[in-house]
Design a protein around this ligand. Structure first.
Ligand code: ACO
Length: 321
């Protein structure tokens, strides 16, 4: 029998502390007006000092399990996407596994920066498709605030912390809905346009996020629109067949231009960027959870998830909710 993955539930967690653009402008040469105009961001959440990526991930995972009516003991795979792990090793996913009281199956991290959630979803879906997992947790969790250079106004105003998770259940291929297909890509020639200038092997420090904003912007629109067009074509679908686009939340202008490029109404784009900023691997499950929670996304809706991030990495997934 062949299988596929159904999204049984989703959940999210945001740290309590809100930092507004106004607050940033007290210590940085920036303004609410500049940030809103160029990015669409008005505030972001920042994790408390003692709050680790795994803490955010566990809260999001518990919410997703509850929403899906799945017990932690049923989970046999945890794939956690993060660029800000608790430690260099072991994988943050193993800490999450322990905190959830799970002692079977496998838990590991995926590193594809802002595209991490799409990569993790693809990996977990493949485990389910080959029959190696029955119930998987896919998590995107970041404390990206820890690797920001808070004196650099070109980058520090763009990001926030948070976590989101989905539970995948194995169902027979013939069943309606679920993950229809995923495409992931990378092109390492562009790794220096968006990177962290540290690491255990290179500098033995953690380092800070560095970015060529204009170049990243250009590639983001091109790559995300092309992978969306490809995945729609693969599934013999048109942009208008989509009920919702749930994109990685980097910049409102990137979201609008990508939607326009593929001919999709911006009204179908789920936007949380204004309140969350760019939460890297967490942004898609955070946006998904919000739109499911407020009733915009309904059973049977066709969703496209898409992202682009450091590497460059990019990808898209088509899901029937
Ligand atoms: N406040 C005030 N002024 C600023 C700020 C700030 N926070 N940041 C930059 N500026 C200044 C610059 O110094 C520059 O001043 P100058 O002309 O005197 O030199 C001016 O504003 C214009 O700067 P640009 O970099 O040309 O501004 P741009 O319109 O390109 O916007 C931005 C910058 C918002 C970073 C944009 O390039 C962008 O969004 N890029 C995509 C980056 C991104 O989203 N990365 C996330 C990771 S990848 C992903 O998730 C897809």
């Amino acid at each position: 029998m062949s299988f596929k993955s159904k999204l049984a539930g989703c959940g999210a967690y945001l740290p309590e502390r809100v930092i507004t653009n106004h607050e940033l402008s007290e210590t940085l040469d920036t303004s609410d007006e500049w940030i809103q105009q160029r990015t669409g961001i008005s505030e972001r959440r920042i994790a408390a000092k003692n709050e680790l990526t795994s803490d955010l991930a566990v809260k999001a995972a518990r919410a997703a399990l509850k929403h899906g009516g799945v017990l932690a003991s049923e989970i046999d795979l945890i794939v956690l996407a993060t660029a800000t792990p608790d430690k260099t090793f072991p994988a943050t996913a193993t800490k999450v596994q322990a905190d959830l009281g799970i002692t079977r199956g496998a838990a590991f991290d995926i590193q594809a920066v802002c595209t991490g959630f799409i990569y993790a979803l693809n990996v977990a879906d493949n485990f389910i498709r080959v029959g190696q997992s029955n119930n998987a947790l896919v998590i995107g969790a970041e404390t990206i605030s820890r690797i920001l250079d808070w004196e650099d106004r070109r980058t520090s105003v763009l990001f926030g912390d948070g976590a989101g998770a989905v539970v995948l259940r194995s169902v027979p291929e013939a069943e309606f809905g679920g993950i229809l297909s995923t495409q992931i890509r990378s092109d390492g020639r562009y790794q220096n346009l968006l990177h962290v200038d540290g690491g255990p092997s290179s500098t033995m420090t953690v380092g800070h996020l560095r970015m060529e904003g204009k170049e990243v912007f250009r590639h983001a629109v091109t790559n995300m629109s092309s992978v969306l067009e490809d995945i729609l074509k693969e599934n013999e679908l048109e942009p208008n067949d989509l009920d919702w686009l749930v994109p990685h939340q980097a910049n409102r202008r990137i979201l609008e231009r990508t939607a326009k490029k593929i001919g999709l109404s911006t009204e179908k784009v789920v936007v949380t960027l204004d309140r969350h900023a760019n939460t890297s691997a967490a942004s898609i499950p955070l946006a998904l959870t919000e739109a499911v929670g407020d009733g915009r996304i309904k059973a049977g809706d066709l969703l496209a998830l898409e992202a682009m991030g450091g590497g460059f990495t990019w990808g898209a997934s088509l899901v029937r909710w």
